[in-house]
Design a protein around this ligand. Sequence first.
Ligand code: HEC
Ligand code: HEC
Ligand code: HEC
Ligand code: HEC
Ligand code: HEC
Ligand code: HEC
Ligand code: HEC
Length: 382
Amino acid sequence: MPMRCPEMTCRPLGRERRRKPLALAAWACLSAAVAPGLAAAFHDGGVGSCERCHVMHDAVPGQVAFDGTRALLLAASSTDLCLTCHGDGGVMGLNPLNPPRELGAGNFVFLLEDDLDDAPAATSPRLAGEAAGHSIVSPALGLAADSRWSRAPGGAFPSAALGCTSCHDPHGNAGFRMLHGAGPVQGGTGTFIYPAPVAAGLPITDPGAVESRTSHSAYIAGMTRWCANCHGFYHDHGSAHFEHPVDEILDSGVRRRYERYEGDAFPSSGAAATSYLPQVPFESSAATVTGTSGPGSDGRLHCLTCHRAHASSAPASGRWDFRVYRLADDGVASGSWPLPSPYADAQQRQLCRKCHAQNHDRGMACLDCHRETVTGVMPLDP
Ligand code: HEC
Ligand code: HEC
Ligand code: HEC
Ligand code: HEC
Ligand code: HEC
Ligand code: HEC
Ligand code: HEC
């Protein structure tokens, strides 16, 4: 049964309206300089933008209609559609050994890796790209659902349905990066109970934008709860092998450590005003995209302190590789792209050390001891 568009958003376009399939090519590859003014508010349902994504026809003369059962997209799936514009050079590169610039979320190109495991005792079979993070499903790109988790760990969202529109609203909204707020998502595949996070990000249409210590996503509030829409408060006791608080104000001891730590070579000579590290970001009401200060009194741990939202070149979408002893070991055993270390020190260890001063690791990665084994016991005491 034909379904009509919401009147407010879809005016009859009369003569003006034309199908422009070729226009897509001009939009492909956002990194290739989309003029910021021109691109502004593309997703906000601006008149005429429907045809950039939907097949349209005049079921009722002068009115744009969909068939009501499918969204009649210009691509085989929602995810494939998004990637016609956000693909190469955007959130999905072509070569996992030469990823596009980092804007904050990490890149899905690492799902194409054949091996990510740089642990001293590597697993067999190897940890392939599906372990790099959110395994978006795209038959066109040969990307299948993650074979290890049928549902979101700690939650119920089905891996087989995971795609861009599981998290983002294709029609745009006022929230950060158009992330879904509370309510049903993907036609009811899941239902979010927590609102979209409050944050700000780098302008994706500026080809010069790239994450750095002075230019980065600014996390203000609510990220952990947003992830909890699908994962619950993962790690905070429950099913995770690694237990850790996930939504907690940093106490004064951790804050002082964060402010003074400039890597293992300079563990206490840093200054509070320049201590912000985008590889270990905290949430704060004072966060800005150009901010360089350490956590204030409301600095908070959140899911993206340790993870990227899309994927990374380390298992579990880590902001750094959790399995290596020294960051310089990242990529060595696997041949995968080494995540850049923020510190120029070949001996630099896990970035957990930005918050924790413990020196009891006996030459092993933190997780080698701070992760329950499959049988539920912690390994050796130090
Ligand atoms: C950026 C691409 C894009 C644009 C632009 C866009 N849509 Fe959509 N639309 C989608 C996708 C993708 C879906 C499928 C939703 C999903 O995957 O959850 C969809 C679904 C729909 C649906 C089905 C019901 C629903 O919300 O799921 C309607 C109706 C719709 N769009 C109307 C419109 C109208 C009207 C416009 C113009 C004002 C528009 N769309 C512009 C991508 C787009
Ligand atoms: C026809 C090209 C096109 C398609 C298809 C498209 N986008 Fe976009 N998208 C853009 C442009 C241009 C911008 C930058 C301008 C803007 O923010 O409106 C953008 C911006 C974004 C942003 C950043 C918004 C912000 O606040 O900075 C997100 C997230 C996004 N798109 C997600 C999606 C998703 C998810 C889909 C698939 C449902 C999709 N896009 C499909 C062109 C496209
Ligand atoms: C729409 C539901 C949804 C939301 C929201 C969501 N996830 Fe997930 N996540 C999943 C599903 C489903 C899986 C399992 C399939 C997979 O690994 O791709 C998963 C897997 C993961 C993994 C394991 C990846 C791997 O390959 O081992 C991590 C880490 C993760 N999510 C972190 C997060 C973080 C952090 C957030 C918030 C920024 C978040 N997720 C938000 C659905 C979601
Ligand atoms: C599991 C949820 C999730 C999925 C799935 C997801 N995104 Fe995102 N995306 C996010 C979050 C959260 C951010 C903000 C990350 C940050 O700034 O740390 C983001 C950021 C972005 C940005 C801003 C640029 C950047 O790299 O930070 C774009 C564009 C975008 N997403 C597009 C997409 C497209 C296209 C897809 C599908 C191919 C997709 N996203 C799938 C959660 C998701
Ligand atoms: C202090 C750092 C840290 C924070 C904060 C954190 N994680 Fe993790 N996460 C990890 C580490 C380390 C692993 C790898 C654990 C392992 O190999 O057992 C991991 C693994 C995961 C996995 C993959 C499944 C698994 O157990 O290996 C998911 C899903 C996940 N985290 C989701 C989340 C979500 C959702 C949040 C916020 C609610 C979050 N994480 C907050 C460090 C963190
Ligand atoms: C942004 C700061 C931050 C980072 C990064 C961080 N932690 Fe923590 N960690 C905390 C806070 C806050 C607590 C709560 C206890 C406290 O205040 O010391 C905590 C607690 C712990 C505990 C004690 C847990 C308990 O239940 O008592 C361990 C062990 C730990 N962290 C290990 C790690 C490991 C391993 C990593 C890296 C994968 C890591 N942390 C990364 C801030 C951090
Ligand atoms: C050789 C095993 C081992 C390694 C490797 C290891 N730890 Fe621990 N850690 C322990 C043990 C055992 C305890 C005390 C028992 C407990 O509370 O879990 C502990 C306690 C802690 C605590 C709780 C506070 C305290 O002092 O009791 C933190 C925080 C911590 N470790 C952080 C780290 C970080 C960060 C790393 C990696 C840089 C790391 N550990 C590496 C074994 C280890």
